[in-house]
Design a binder for this molecule. Structure first.
Ligand SMILES: O=C(CO)COP(=O)(O)O
Length: 252
């Protein structure tokens, strides 16, 4: 059975004191790593402090983005080696907000995925369709293109370690969750895409999260679906209690 991954994506929220308070309130309460992976995706300035505070605990700290280059004239960017150097273990790549607002493309997501593995960072690669694309019945073809492009050139073992987050854009921050059947249907399709593009073994191992208005009230139903292996959660991950409930759901 695939171990569930519950990741809270704080996006551009919290000040340092609030971020520290959150990890103090959760780090000793999240279930053990052999039951569920618990991840907090925090803004860059807080990463060193949060990594330090969570050392030896079951709470992992992720970045929300990175550049694919090692170093150089890229003002304002953060490199994979910088993240690895301070002890970050996961990185979110290709979130729809980065694709929409910051010109992230399938090509840059792929370069970043390769760079993540070169630095032992586990990528959480986001894919998902817009409302227009869903209404035009293009959901499966859109995510198929995104998934294939993101994984291109990765080895089978790397794909097995990858986390894919299916986040329908129309369900992000809107309170509109995809029904668990709708979410699972796309996650099943993603697994088939991985099987065809890489191997059956890779498809069996890759973890696929759902994201988009996940909260304690709907997480159980989503996580019982056959192809949903976790959740990438925005709003409902900002409060410690709510995050802990989501993590708990991941242990079942
Ligand atoms: O974008 C998301 C997580 O990356 C989802 O955000 P919400 O849970 O706030 O809808």
């Amino acid at each position: 059975m695939r171990k569930k991954v519950i990741a809270g994506n704080w996006k551009m929220n919290k000040l340092l004191g609030e971020a520290v308070q959150f990890v103090e309130d959760t780090k000793d309460k999240v279930a053990s790593k052999d039951k569920v992976e618990s991840v907090v995706c925090a803004p860059f300035p807080y990463l060193p402090t949060l990594v330090e505070k969570t050392k030896g605990t079951n709470l992992e700290i992720a970045a929300q983005n990175m550049h694919f280059e090692e170093s150089g004239a890229f003002t304002g960017e953060v490199s994979p080696s910088m993240l690895a150097d301070i002890g970050v273990t996961y990185v979110v790549l290709g979130h729809s907000e980065r694709r929409e607002l910051f010109a992230e493309t399938d090509g840059t997501v792929n370069k970043k995925a390769q760079a993540a593995f070169a630095h032992n960072l586990t990528p959480i690669i986001c894919v998902g369709e817009t409302l227009d694309q869903r209404e035009a019945n293009e959901t499966k073809s859109v995510v198929e293109v995104q998934v294939k492009a993101a994984l291109e050139g990765l080895g089978e073992e790397q794909v097995k370690e990858t986390i894919i987050a299916y986040e329908p854009i129309w369900a992000i921050g809107t309170g509109k969750t995809a029904t668990s059947e709708q979410a699972n249907e796309v996650c099943t399709h993603i697994r088939k895409v991985v099987a065809d593009a890489v191997s059956a073994a890779a498809a069996d191992a890759v973890r696929i999260q759902y994201g988009g208005s996940v909260k304690p009230a709907n997480v159980d139903e989503l996580l019982t679906q056959s192809d949903i292996d976790g959740a990438l959660v925005g709003g409902a991950s900002l409060e410690a209690d709510s995050f802990l409930q989501l993590v708990e759901a991941g242990t079942k």
